[in-house]
Structures are given as structure tokens and as C-alpha cells.
Design a protein around this ligand. Structure first.
Ligand code: NAP
Ligand code: FE
Length: 363
């Protein structure tokens, strides 16, 4: 089953062409951003031109940090209620866009700190438009928001149909200002989503053409974009791959790979995409016997075999050595086994297998 309620506008300078769709969402937007990327990417200035031309007032909430916290969502929810805004526009990577989704739900349903993951309390939402400035999460077309609780140190997502953005405005020009590290990490998040679309128990062959095409775009263009950051044609392909990854996980959910990555982000500050990437080979090895046909078909579409894919991964500058101790490993094993993604996993995974993967990252 495929459900995709987001209107997607994709292409160079598409923001101007999306104007009517933005204006239909409401009369006064709260623009939700991180500290600098909305400006650096040029997206905020372009949006302001559109809003001023339509004579719309707007408010700015520009306090979203990487891996947004529950507290930031509550602060944003208060700002939204006080502002009188009637829709939201999230500009940025996954962090500000996920925050915009959660702020909308928190304000519309008067949710408190303990209620942000209680999706049975979600009755309504204010419309959200998403303008991605990274090519990785695909959050512009998903029903997920991933938040971190600073009290417990646990990072976890929720999913609800009311969290789908109403509009996604994807202009690859907005990713030209990404530095090589964020370009690499975010592209590997997209690759992770595409692979997990095959791993997931909710896999759907309808998605395989998107998965094959998206993964192919990353294999073909990532290196050249890292060498030439202004390669707009390559950036366009990476943004398309990210969009396809988002469409995929909106249907299939994520799996063990994302569950393993979250503790690496909360405990060691590893960026989200990198935390998936450092366990990508290990998760592939675990899942391969159960999904040989599907994965071999993917590798064939990429013009490779499994060994060729693993060799490609091995050449990426993603190896990390972390100061992992037993208490981190035991706490994380519990979190991984309890995470909701695990229900999507194609095979039963034991605590021992999770321990071994983490031990392999030890410095
Ligand atoms: P991010 O955390 O949004 O941003 C990473 C860094 O890149 C920030 O410093 C940001 O600056 C900067 N940046 C973003 N766009 C830029 C641009 N065009 N030029 C220069 N700098 C730019 O990174 P992300 O990987 O896109 O998002 C990760 C978050 O999304 C994680 O919390 C992850 O769990 C979540 N996620 C959500 C989904 C979903 O479906 N909802 C899926 C996967 C991941 P600023 O701080 O100024 O913004
Ligand atoms: Fe992700």
C-alpha cells in the first residue's frame, strides 16, 4: 500500500512556481529554521520575496538545533500559539523540518512534554510546508518526526499521518552551500533509507524502481559532488535520491540500521547519516541471507554485485573509532531492542549480534 499525501514541487528555482500552493496553506506562516542554514542556502530570502509579494506577515522561529529536543518543540509550540500563525514553513535539514512537524502537532493538540510521542492524542495539525536544504532525510515527504529527550538521552521518532507535510519544495540549488561532510553524511542517510525499504517487513515491490534509481544516483554522483560541490546536476540527482528515500520509508518505516545509529548520535555526537553509515555493511551482512533475491536485484541494477557494493562503501571516508564502554553497549542494546523500528526487521536480531556490531566500532 502506498500513501503519499504531500504535494511535491521539485527542480531549480521551484519556490517561485510553488507560490500558489504555499499561499493556499494559510494567511500567516511561522517559519521554522536552524541557526544559519535557511539563510546560507538562500531559501529564506527567496521565501520572504514570495511572502512579501503576497503581502503576508510571518514570524520566525530560528532556534532549532541539530537532533531537535523535546524542549525546543515545546518552545516552538508556545511561540506558534502566541504568534497567531496558522501554518508553518520548515526550512533546513531534517532537524528544523522535523521540529516544524512536531511544533504543529504540539500546538494544535495542546500537547505537553510527556505527550509528544502519544500519537493517539493527535487529532489535528496546522499545515506544514517543507523546504529541504540537505539531500538526506526525505522528511519533506514523511509522516515522521525524530526528537531527542535530553532527560533520558534517548532519540526516537513518532509517525502519524497528520505529520505529513502538505507541501514539499525541493530545489537542489538550496543544497549547493552544504560542506563536504554534511553532503556525505546526508547522502548516506538517503542510501540507508533506500536499503531499509528493502530490509523492512513492510517492503513493497512498487517501491523498488525508486529504490534502485535512488541508490544508483548516489553511487554515480556522490563522489563527483564531493569533489565539485557546485555540480548542480549531481546535487539534483542526490536530492532526487533523498526524495525517493523519503517516499520509501514513509511506506516501509526504518529498521535495525536506524535503531543502531540513534545511540551513536546521542552519546558520541555522530551526525545522523554517519551513524547509519558506520553500521551499513554489518546490517547488510546480517540481512543478506534472508533477502538475497531482492538485494541481488538491487546490486544488479547498480551494475555491481554484493562484493562490489561493499567495496564501494569501504572506500568512503566514514570509518570511526569510538570510545565505547560496556555500560554504553548494554544501555544501547536495550534501547535498540525496545525501539519501534525493530518490528520492521526481516530477521530476529539478538542482543549478542547488536553487541558485536557496537564492539566493532571500538577505538
Ligand atoms: P540537520 O541536523 O538538519 O543539519 C545538519 C547541519 O547542516 C546543521 O549544522 C545545519 O545548519 C547544516 N545545514 C543544513 N542545510 C545546509 C545548507 N544548505 N548549507 C549549509 N549548512 C546546512 O541535518 P539532516 O541530516 O538533514 O537532519 C538530521 C535529522 O533528521 C536527525 O534528527 C534525524 O534523526 C532526522 N531524520 C528524520 C527523518 C524523517 O523522516 N523525519 C528521516 C531521517 C532523519 P543549521 O543548524 O543552521 O540548520
Ligand atoms: Fe534517517
Amino acid at each position: 500500500m502506498i500513501y503519499l499525501p504531500t504535494r511535491v514541487c521539485f527542480g531549480e528555482s521551484v519556490l517561485q512556481r510553488a507560490e500558489d500552493h504555499i499561499l493556499r496553506l494559510g494567511a500567516r506562516p511561522l517559519i521554522v529554521t536552524g541557526r544559519s542554514s535557511a539563510r546560507l542556502s538562500g531559501a529564506l530570502d527567496e521565501l520572504i520575496v514570495v511572502l512579501e509579494r503576497a503581502d503576508l506577515d510571518w514570524e520566525l522561529f530560528d532556534q532549532v538545533e541539530e537532533n531537535p529536543s523535546l524542549d525546543t518543540v515545546l518552545t516552538g509550540s508556545k511561540a506558534l500559539r502566541e504568534s497567531g500563525c496558522d501554518f508553518l514553513i520548515g526550512i533546513g535539514g531534517g532537524s528544523p523540518i522535523d521540529a516544524a512537524k512536531a511544533i504543529s502537532l504540539a500546538a494544535a493538540n495542546s500537547l505537553g512534554r510527556d505527550e509528544l510521542y502519544q500519537t493517539d492524542r493527535f487529532r489535528t495539525a496546522l499545515p506544514v510546508a517543507a523546504i529541504p536544504t540537505t539531500a538526506g532525510t526525505g522528511t519533506e515527504v514523511t509522516q515522521y518526526s525524530v526528537l531527542t529527550d535530553p532527560l533520558s538521552g534517548i532519540k526516537a521518532g513518532f509517525g502519524h499521518d497528520l505529520a505529513f507535510p502538505r507541501l514539499a519544495v525541493c530545489d537542489p540549488r538550496h543544497t549547493l552551500s552544504l560542506d563536504p561532510a554534511v553532503t556525505l553524511n546526508t547522502a548516506l542517510d538517503a542510501l540507508s533509507h533506500l536499503l531499509e525499504g528493502i530490509y523492512s517487513n513492510q517492503r513493497d515491490p512498487l517501491l523498488y524502481p525508486l529504490i534502485h534509481s535512488g541508490a544508483g544516483a548516489i553511487l554515480k554522483h556522490l563522489q563527483s559532488v564531493l569533489e565539485q560541490p557546485q555540480d548542480l546536476a549531481g546535487r539534483t540527482e542526490l536530492m532526487r535520491a533523498s526524495l525517493f528515500g523519503g517516499i520509501t520509508i514513509a511506506q516501509t518505516g526504518t529498521t535495525l540500521q536506524h535503531s543502531l545509529g540513534y545511540p551513536l548520535t546521542t552519546s558520541f555526537g555522530l551526525p545522523h547519516g554517519l551513524s547509519n553509515a558506520v553500521v551499513m555493511r554489518q546490517v547488510l551482512e546480517l540481512n543478506y541471507p534472508a533477502l538475497k533475491g531482492e538485494l541481488d536485484a538491487l546490486f544488479a541494477a547498480l551494475g555491481l554485485n554484493r562484493e562490489g557494493f561493499t567495496a564501494w562503501l569501504g572506500e568512503l571516508p566514514i570509518s570511526v573509532k569510538l570510545e565505547l564502554d560496556d555500560s554504553f553497549i548494554e544501555k544501547s542494546v536495550g534501547e535498540v531492542l525496545a525501539s519501534r523500528n525493530m518490528a520492521n526487521n526481516p530477521i530476529e536480531i539478538s542482543a549478542g549480534q547488536i553487541r558485536d556490531i557496537y564492539r566493532g566500532l571500538k577505538g
